[in-house]
Design a protein around this ligand. Structure first.
Ligand code: SAH
Length: 288
């Protein structure tokens, strides 16, 4: 049997890599990447972040993409535990925050059962990065007193429980954030409309938030069916807290520099509200 060498150096760090921009890594995450012997990362962790690993590090992709598992969860658990027992400094690196749709709880259970010390290092989750890039606040004491984070997979289930969920989600004082929304955005829209949300409620799909490849598509609940399909990792934000983004983007259907993005000429003359009623989606690119 392997001897347990559980000193402080052998603990496993479960680390958030943030949404993609390496500058949004925490200082702690950066230091751990530099010093790790083994980095077990998910698919969504971007290459620029992996390139920060120290020269001694073994970097292993244990992710799954589009539901296809490369490494099973028990195998990942085994790798973390075995490496820690061999005295390696292990970083389990997950995109965004490890505790948001990151199977963190399962891995913590496995480490605890094996008697391996661990530490969780939070990261910036996709919703927070997307909101920042849109210049919106996910809470707004005038409009949104709660944020609800859901997984699109769960929401699309057609069970009784999932259906009653929609009623609790469809509140006008809520910013709803749907991770892994898939391709059937009009399905969400219909459920929320049926549950009573107004058709003009802003809805924004943001893909690859915080990276130079970020795209965003801004519309309303009634216009969600016009959003172009994307296979890039994306989240859907819905709620009146997105008003500012909706006005700005719909009013300016051309590429903007970051400066223009902040002070569009249309906004300056107060024309932004003219475009607010459109249900059509306009896609634009955030320039780095
Ligand atoms: N732990 C991650 C979420 C992992 S689940 C976090 O906290 O962000 C994976 C899903 O997260 C993706 O399918 C997508 O819905 C979302 N996601 C992750 N990174 C993203 C990004 N940069 N932009 C938009 N959505 C992202």
């Amino acid at each position: 049997m392997l001897e347990k060498i559980t000193s402080i150096d052998t603990k496993v760090f479960l680390v958030g890599a943030g949404p993609g921009d390496p500058e949004l890594l925490t200082v702690k995450a950066h230091a751990l990447l530099r010093s790790a012997d083994l980095i077990l990362h998910d698919d969504l962790v971007a290459p620029p972040i992996l390139s920060l690993a120290g020269p001694q590090a073994m970097v292993v992709n244990v992710g799954k993409r589009c539901g296809v598992k490369k490494t099973t969860q028990p195998e990942i658990n085994h790798m973390m535990i075995a490496a820690a027992r061999h005295g390696m400094r292990v970083v389990r690196l997950k995109s965004g925050d490890p505790g948001i749709f990151g199977r963190l709880a399962e891995e913590l259970d496995a480490l605890e059962a094996a008697g391996i010390p661990f530490e969780v290092v939070p990261g910036i989750t996709a919703a927070v990065a997307a909101a920042a890039s849109l210049h919106v606040s996910l809470t707004d004491r005038r409009k949104s007193s709660r944020i609800v984070i859901v997984s699109g997979h769960r929401a699309q289930e057609n069970t009784h429980a999932a259906r009653s969920d929609w009623k609790s989600l469809a509140r006008e004082d809520t910013t709803l954030v749907i991770y892994m929304p898939g391709h059937h955005l009009s399905g969400f829209a219909q459920e929320l409309l049926d549950a009573g949300l107004p058709p003009a409620t802003p809805a924004v799909l943001v893909s690859r938030a915080s990276t130079p490849q970020q795209r965003q598509c801004c519309t309303t609940l009634a216009g969600l069916h016009t959003v172009p399909r994307t296979d890039a990792p994306a989240i859907l934000l819905i709620g009146s807290s997105l008003d500012r983004a909706a006005q700005r983007i719909n009013a300016t259907p051309h590429l903007l520099t970051p400066d223009e993005h902040l002070t569009s000429p249309l906004q300056a003359i107060g024309a932004a509200s003219l475009a607010h009623s459109t249900a059509d989606a306009h896609e634009r690119r955030i320039l780095p």
